[in-house]
Write a protein that binds this ligand. Structure first.
Ligand code: CAA
Length: 380
């Protein structure tokens, strides 16, 4: 067993870290306040190959492994979780889903543009009444021979307004339950496809979250991913990998807040010495450091399992469950260590604390991760 990173992985970490410092940090507070999507930054991330990290170079991807992807997610999320969620959704839900389950024509037509960052994608599963209970899809895709007619509403869709390509999960045959669900590739601009209002969120305010409305949208049958009825499994398998990406995001948010708290505690003085010299603060830092290291091991292990072709449903769920709790705990403590300064925007930690919360909610809430984990351990 070897816990050290290869030279290539260290280079990826450095590249992502430099990008975060030079391109994401400037303006991150303003983008959060004004809910501004980091358009230019995402374009540059695409040019550098961060939007199709795991995709085969023959489809314009970077051909890297999952460990490279989580390292990049960790570094970007230390500074800007609104930008990193775009990287996560595009990489693990959209590009990976299309590359693994799409046909050659779909890969040439859509994946090549998504992996290069020419366009970005969105993954559309959640509905007003089907968040955790994902089999209860109300959106319908009725089979009309050579096309489907899509009707319904999707909620809280990351990249909702900025994406060009949407992977939409919908019910074709209600009688068949989850086996009657399909995944369709929908393009922006298709007749009857409307983008609903942008959500005003607690955190990741720079990310672009919308509801989507489908009114008799005609989607050609060649846009269905996989066989008829494969849509629910497509969503579950894709989300299993997505959860590793969000776990890495949570890890990065925690590590970013910890770095700031450590630096601050060595500068800020109280009772005649730097506050890090007070055991009350030093012990908080010790706990934070330990929790982050434990989360990192879970996240990297899940990525390693995926790269080795092992089943990663359990490790991905554990990584997300734990890392998102660590993100909450560590960011709250980082605010506490900053005292009054932690409560104002200039010091970044209050934003990281708000951003942390979503990692316990999207791509399966913590309660859903516990369902996945408990079913897995009870089955074996
Ligand atoms: N891989 C492959 N197949 C899977 C699977 C997986 N990981 N998980 C379940 N399945 C299969 C099951 O085997 C079963 O198939 P069979 O009947 O053929 O055996 C089928 O799917 C149904 O499974 P369940 O009976 O377990 O289904 P359930 O109704 O009990 O729900 C659940 C399971 C785990 C709770 C699931 O509904 C779930 O994951 N819910 C959360 C959804 C979610 O993560 N939403 C996030 C939205 S996307 C997002 O947030 C993106 C973003 O923008 C950031």
């Amino acid at each position: 067993m070897d816990f050290s990173l290869s030279e290539e992985h260290q280079m990826i970490r450095q590249a992502a870290r430099d990008f975060a410092q030079n391109e994401l940090l400037p303006g991150v507070i303003e983008r959060d306040e004004t809910q501004t999507f980091p358009k230019e930054q995402i374009k540059k991330l695409g040019e550098l190959g961060f939007l199709g990290m795991m995709t085969d170079p023959k489809y314009n991807g970077s051909g890297m492994d999952t460990l490279s992807y989580v390292i990049a997610m960790e570094e970007l999320s230390k500074v800007d979780a609104s930008a990193s969620v775009v990287v996560s959704v595009n990489n693990s839900l959209v590009c990976w889903g299309l590359e693994t389950f799409g046909n050659e024509e779909q890969k040439q037509k859509y994946l090549t543009r998504l992996a290069s960052g020419e366009v970005i994608g969105a993954f559309c599963l959640s509905e007003p009444e089907a968040g955790s209970d994902a089999t209860s899809q109300k959106t319908t895709a009725i089979d009309k021979g050579d096309h489907y007619i899509l009707n319904g509403t999707k909620n809280w869709i990351t990249n909702g307004g900025t994406a060009d390509i949407y992977l939409v999960i919908a019910q074709t045959d209600k009688e068949k339950g989850h086996k009657g669900i399909n995944a369709l590739i929908v393009e922006k601009g298709m007749e009857g496809f409307e983008i609903g209002p942008k959500e005003n969120k607690l955190g990741i305010r720079g990310s672009d979250t919308h509801s989507l409305i489908f009114n008799d949208v005609k989607v050609p049958k060649e846009n269905r991913i996989g066989e008829d009825g494969f849509g629910f499994k497509f969503a579950m398998k894709t989300l299993s990998g997505g959860r590793i990406g969000i776990a890495a995001q949570a890890l990065g948010i925690a590590a970013g807040a910890y770095d700031l708290a450590l630096k601050y505690s060595k500068q800020r003085k109280a009772f005649g010495t730097e506050i890090a010299n007070h055991q009350a603060i030093a012990f908080k830092l010790a706990d934070m450091h330990t929790q982050i290291e434990a989360a990192r091991h879970l996240v990297y292990k899940a990525a390693w399992e995926k790269d080795k072709g092992k089943n990663y449903d359990l490790s991905g769920a554990m990584a997300k469950l734990y890392a998102s709790q660590v993100a909450m705990d560590v960011t709250v403590e980082a605010v506490q260590i900053h005292g009054g300064n932690g409560y104002v925007k200039d010091y970044h930690v209050e934003r990281l604390m708000r951003d942390a919360k979503i990692t316990q909610i999207y791509e399966g809430t913590s309660e859903i991760q516990k369902i996945v984990i408990s079913r897995s351990i009870l089955r074996n």
